[in-house]
Write a protein that binds this ligand. Structure first.
Ligand code: RTP
Ligand code: MG
Length: 143
């Protein structure tokens, strides 16, 4: 079986507002992954609730959806060998305060003291999540 995978990367509204979309794409490309799709868009409730369905019912779910629709996000499909795990390694730990230096969140993010973790990027966490999320954000690329 091939280890070539696809993953959904999002540059979240905080990343777009801070002008870091290019820096995230630069790191993805510098690692050797291929960009298969890139689109700047403002997501609506339906898309975000489906995207974050696994978190429904958690205290941060509502604020997370509000944050994610507070401005445009850059949706990206990246491809490459073990890219799902590879991008999560590039992104770093969820909490930007403790994410390792060298990672996107560790180098560029910090805690802003708001209700939900603003951590610049999203990356799919498994092949199943990646295909589900790509189908939501880029229906034309669904498999
Ligand atoms: P992501 O899905 O965005 O790549 O991040 P992740 O896997 O590292 O984190 P996950 O547990 O899936 O949580 C999804 C996003 O929800 C926000 N969050 N806020 N306690 C909180 O305030 C809290 N916990 C999670 C973050 O934006 C996180 O990335
Ligand atoms: Mg996650």
């Amino acid at each position: 079986m091939s280890d070539i995978q696809r993953t959904l990367v999002l540059v979240k509204p905080d990343g777009i507002a801070r002008g870091l979309a290019g820096e995230v794409l630069r790191r993805v490309e510098a690692k050797g992954y291929t960009l298969a799709a890139v689109e700047l868009r403002t997501a609506d409730d339906a898309l975000l609730q489906a995207h974050y369905a696994e978190h429904e019912g958690k205290p941060f779910f509502g604020p997370l959806v509000e944050f994610m629709k507070s401005g445009p996000v850059l949706a990206v499909v990246a491809e490459g060998h073990r890219v799902i795990e590879g991008f999560r390694s590039l992104a770093g730990a969820t909490d930007p305060t403790t994410a390792a230096p060298g990672t996107i969140r560790g180098d560029l993010g910090r805690e802003w003291g708001l209700k939900v973790t603003q951590n610049l990027v999203h990356g799919s966490d498994s092949p199943e999540s990646a295909e589900r999320e790509i189908a939501l954000w880029f229906p034309a690329l669904a498999r």
